[in-house]
Design a protein around this ligand. Structure first.
Ligand code: PAF
Length: 282
């Protein structure tokens, strides 16, 4: 595996490749990330991964400096997965001057759910992803469904800018007890780690409840409320738990419910100091 830290060398290495498959990450890799590498391998060759902790997507209250940086271990894991190039640009190289041009996703998608609680987050994500795409010029790129809204926003961005890259969504990888794998799980205390799978349990309960009845707004709100209350009672601080349309993450209208449009339930909640997110397609 070649570790490349600047755009110029990356371009030299990838010259003439038009089937590259790409997985962008911020490092601190776990089995979830590695599953993305395996999927990338099915969609192209060579596989390029990136590690770049992107300052632009951190809010003022989110600690960019404390984000876990585990480069040596990450590189070893990627090498074992058969990644051909690890692109790990320095900040100086990716943002040599203030990144004044930004990609601002539409408000109805970028400012809801995660975007409501992390203002500017998706603007930072889209800007870096577009820039990384421009560096790597992949034919396909893989993103986890765990970050459901991120995947959808990037897919739309690629579509609207007519980027020649296929965006592939990969299923969430879970621990045996159901907890979605995430770099943030490392922040949980032992007791919090035992409690953490409850977020997924609650989402499964929402799914079961939705399947048991013919749906209307009142009922959905009731089910959402019951789920949030359960989390609250168990000591969580929910930011949102919301049933949305899969196609655009908007609230379903009565007609859309009647015509059984596909739904997804998304949630974010704090357990102690750690904020976890998860989702489940209904
Ligand atoms: O999902 C992530 O790890 C990041 O948001 C991404 C896509 C690598 C952009 O920094």
């Amino acid at each position: 595996m070649k570790i490349i830290t600047n755009i110029h060398d990356l371009r030299n290495h990838l010259r003439g490749q038009n089937r590259a498959s790409f997985v962008p990450t911020m490092g601190n890799l776990h089995e979830g990330h590695l599953s993305l590498m395996r999927i990338a391998r099915l969609h192209g060759d060579p596989v390029v991964a990136s590690i770049f902790v992107n300052r632009l997507q951190f809010g003022p209250s989110e600690d960019f400096d404390k984000y876990p940086r585990t480069f040596e271990q990450d590189a070893e894991k990627l090498e074992k997965e058969g990644v051909y190039i690890l692109f790990a640009p320095t900040e100086q190289n990716l943002y040599p001057e203030p990144q004044d041009y930004r990609v601002d996703p539409p408000k109805d998608l970028g400012d809801i759910l995660e975007g409501e609680f992390r203002p500017g987050f998706f603007k930072g994500v889209c800007t870096v992803v577009l820039k990384l795409f421009s560096c790597v010029q992949p034919n396909a790129a893989v993103f986890g469904k765990k970050d459901y809204q991120q995947l959808m926003i990037i897919r739309r961005m690629a579509h609207q800018f007519a980027l020649p890259v296929e965006i592939i969504g990969a299923e969430t990888i879970r621990a045996e007890d159901g907890l979605a794998l995430s770099s943030r799980n490392g922040y949980l205390s032992q007791n919090e780690r035992l409690e953490a799978p409850q977020l997924f349990t609650v989402l499964q309960e929402v799914k079961t409840a939705l399947h048991q009845s013919s749906l209307n707004h009142g009922l959905i709100q009731e089910i959402e409320m019951t789920a949030k209350n359960k989390l609250l009672q168990r000591g969580w601080e929910p930011d949102y738990l919301s049933v949305r349309l899969r196609q655009n993450l908007l609230l379903p209208s009565a007609e859309q419910l009647a015509s059984q449009q596909e739904l997804v339930v998304l949630a974010a909640a704090k357990l102690g100091k750690t904020r976890l997110i998860d989702n489940l397609e209904i």
